[in-house]
Design a protein around this ligand. Sequence first.
Ligand code: P1T
Length: 378
Amino acid sequence: MRFDTLAIHAGQPPDPAYGAVMTPIYQTSTYAQKRIGEAEYDYARTANPTRTALQACIAALEGAKYGLAFASGMAAIDCVLRLLKPGDHVLASNDVYGGTYRILKRVYEAVGVEASFVEMSDLAAVEAALRPTTRLVWVETPTNPLLKIADIAALADVLGRRGAARPLLVVDNTFASPYLQQPLALGADLVVHSATKYLGGHSDVVNGLLALNDGELFAQLKFLQNAIGAVPAPLDCFLVLRGIKTLHVRMERHCANAQRIAEWLAAHPRVERVLYPGLPSHPQHAIACRQMRGFGGMISFVVRGGAEAARQVAERTRVFTLAESLGGVESLIEVPAAMTHLSVANSPLAVDPALIRLSVGIEDVEDLIADLDQALRY
Ligand code: P1T
């Protein structure tokens, strides 16, 4: 089946108990066992039917064999990082979500896992930054918040040349969603999602997902999912499943609205620079054209006038809500340096304080442009 059909049906046959068309919210912590050990489900941290449906759904959408669901995107990221031991090294994009930077530098470095950051679109720089101890290469594409694009297939080739010492290629696919980009087909080993964003799509749930093909790696991660226990509630799984049913329709509109707004911003006298992979001026526009079906709903731009100007604009919009997060049907605006990326302040990954990030929603684009127009007249 094709993507749009999978989004609605994958992992969700009518419920075997009563034929419910919508996957029921199995709000139970435990399950009756016929005899000791004789039960499909035994305890809800280990497995829950609503979660099973979501895990099957994300696997289908990413073209993966296996899916795993977590209480948040950070819990999914943490589960992957638990594969590492003291002395191991992670090579990550030099622009990542502030929380990803924070967990690498403040949580994992404290237990002896090293992290360094590189420009992932520069393959020679990536090759030079790999160490004998590199176990994971952690890629965001598009990155948060600078919308840089990395060539996943080219990175997989670089890593493939390392033979048995090949690190795992992990792609955080949150900004693209599986509708726009499928990293496993391009050679990635593991896909990470903050399903809080486009997959959920309605700013009403926090959730994280993994998708992968390797059976041994899946067994390790599934063990960790249960052993650590950062699992999502059944209601949260239901909400993500419901959100995913319209993912393909929403993404088309996010992309169309964002393209219009990016072009409009690029021509605005108060805007210094627009970062959007759909603009031919974007340095990796050609890679984005090759590896993505569309360019997504996220735009960042630098306003003339520095941090104060950025604050003014972000606080003056009326349709765009001033808020962290992204990927919902409603448009959001934020200043990463002061909000989502506070944890990279004073680091080499520090973000320009005049940078504004938009999560373009699916409202009427003329209303969105009118709103930005009045906000830019500060
Ligand atoms: O918030 P949570 O569901 O735990 O997901 C963390 C996360 C992981 N990866 C990326 C690329 C992300 O953007 C995020 C969360 N980001 C925001 C909350 C934000 O506003 O950028």
